[in-house]
Structure formats: C-alpha cells, structure tokens
Design a protein around this ligand. Structure first.
Ligand code: SF4
Length: 316
C-alpha cells in the first residue's frame, strides 16, 4: 500500500490555515492535541478523527483501490475520515509499503511509520530503492537550508502581528529582521554582481550584520537567543489562542540563523544568490552519514537505469 506523511493528508490543516508552511514536528503536535481533545469527548476538535479511520470499509477501500495522494485525500473529504489516520490503521496489514524518500529518510517520520506497521524492525525490511542514483542528491537537499529575504519578511510580519516585543533594550524583533535582510541585500550587491550566485564565507553574514549595525558579536548572539524565545512564544500563542499549528516563522528564522552559525564547514559551502530578492544558501556537499546510515540496517535493492555498471543496473 502507498503511505504518505501528514503534510499531504491532513484535512483539518487545509481548512484552518492559509499557507502550507509548517514543519512535520509542528504539524504532528497540532494533530496530537486535536486527537487528544477528540478522545476527551470534543469531536469538534477534528471531525475527521472518528471511528471510521479503523473501519473495515475504509481499509477495504485502501486495499482494493491502492489510492494515490489525491484519491485518498478526496475520499477522506467525501467520507469525513482522516486519510492519514486511515492509512496508518490500514498499514498494520500491509506486506509492501511504498513511501517517498523524504519520509523514509526522516528518522522521526520513519520511526512512526515502522511503529504503525506493527513495530517492524529495520533489520527485517527489504528496502527497494527506486531511482537509486538520486539518493545522494536527495540527501544533500534534505541537509541543505537557506535564509531568504522572503522568509525574513514573513518573520517580520509575524513579529508585528504579535506585538513586536523588544528582544533587548533598543532592539525589537523587526529590527533584527531588518539587520538580516539588509545584510543579505548588501552581500548580494557586493559579491554576486552580474552572476546569479557566488560562493561566500559563512562568516560574511555575521560580519555584515555587525558592521552594518555597529553591534558586537556578543550582542548578535544575545539577539539570536532572544529571537528563539520570541519564536517559541508565538508558536505557543498560535496553539493556545488560535488552535492553529504551533509553528512560527520567527522560530524558523532563528533555526536557520543558528544553523548558519554552527554549520560544519567541512560538509557545507555558503552561497549567496540573487534569486527571489536575495538569499544565502548553506549547500550541503557531504550529507552526514547519519542521514543514510538507517538504510544500511535493512537489506536494500538499488534500482536505477543509470547506475554503473550498466549491465548490472539494467538487469541484463
Ligand atoms: S486527525 Fe485531524 S488533525 Fe490529525 S492529521 Fe487527521 S485531519 Fe489532521
């Protein structure tokens, strides 16, 4: 049977949120809270989480039609049943499961998948890797991240919506957003020039922020620390007062700025790009082995029409 993550299948999220900007952790927290409320008697917390998710009728639909994402999503809407929970329930009878790479390579979601699949151990799995030549690229993409002007702007808007508190005397969240945005603009202007993107030292971001705003490295570190607190506050507010997904663009900004500061320069390169108004990319060249190690635990069959030796990989 095909299996997908909550991100593609949560019906409730689509009803109450305008954008699809969340992490799998925040969506998982949102879902857990909703389900807990339902189990405590408040069915209105998620009308899709009901007895139908474990009904033979829904399992039979899944096994007889082997639906793709759109089909199971629409089936859930038409029949008022959560597609994700229904797939999870049906999973316990599955012998073969088809999952996207991103889901299986994410240790948290993979663990959930294996748990729902009757506690299957990785050692007992035979994993068929389709288009296996893409694995290094997928791993690099999963490990890469960026700081984009668009996302800094979104963080600033969120800060204003939630009171734009001072992180430290004289520095509001919007001020830090402005510092980061101006640093990206300046780096792109000074370094990228006519080309679309160029490699830069990771230290550029910190230096441009410090020099451009006459602040010390210590002040920048403190601002980052308080940015995290502000982001967590916003995420909590969304969860408590709006019943929304506990995600925060400010928290996301903190996460990428902090990751930028602590990046392993033996594995990553920094790139400045003019795309989308400007962004800094931490491009992973050598994904941590921890990302792919779980694959080694299972027996794997690598399928590809382009892997060498060609005679082997094409099965001739
Ligand atoms: S149970 Fe409700 S909140 Fe959770 S994934 Fe399903 S529709 Fe979304």
């Amino acid at each position: 049977m095909p299996f997908q993550g909550r991100a593609n299948l949560c019906l409730l999220y689509g009803e109450i949120e305008e954008s699809r900007d969340f992490t799998s952790e925040s969506l998982s927290r949102f879902c857990s809270l909703r389900k807990k409320k339902v189990l405590n008697g408040d069915q209105s917390a998620c009308i899709y989480y009901n007895e139908k998710v474990s009904s033979p009728e829904v399992s039979s639909y899944i096994y007889s039609t082997v639906p793709d994402v759109d089909s199971i999503y629409n089936y859930g809407l038409d029949n008022v049943v959560c597609p994700y929970e229904a797939l999870k329930w049906a999973l316990r009878d599955a012998e073969i499961v088809i999952v996207p790479y991103a889901l299986y390579l994410n240790p948290v979601t993979a663990q959930r998948l294996l748990y729902s699949w009757g506690g299957v151990e990785r050692e007992d799995l035979v994993v068929v890797l389709d288009e296996a030549h893409n694995i290094p690229t997928i791993a690099r993409e999963l490990a890469s991240f960026e700081i984009a002007v668009g996302s800094v702007n979104a963080s600033e808007r969120e800060a204003q919506e939630y009171g734009d508190f001072e992180l430290m005397p004289g520095y509001r969240t919007s001020d830090l957003c402005e510092m980061v945005r101006n640093a990206i603009y300046d780096i792109v202007r000074d370094k990228v020039g006519e080309s679309e993107e160029v490699r830069i030292p990771f230290s550029d971001l910190r230096e441009y922020i410090m020099v451009g705003n006459h602040i010390s490295g210590e002040t920048y570190d403190d601002l980052l620390r308080y940015l995290e607190i502000m982001g967590e506050f916003v995420a909590e507010q969304k969860e408590k007062s709006g019943g929304k997904v506990p995600r925060s663009r400010i928290l996301h900004l903190y996460n990428v700025l902090s990751a930028w500061e602590n990046v392993d320069e033996d594995r990553y390169v920094a790139v400045a790009s003019s795309e989308g108004g400007g962004k800094l990319i931490a491009a992973c060249l050598d994904p941590p082995s921890s990302l792919l190690t779980p694959l080694k635990v299972s027996k794997t069959i690598h399928m590809s029409g382009t892997l060498a030796p060609h005679l082997m990989s094409t099965g001739i």
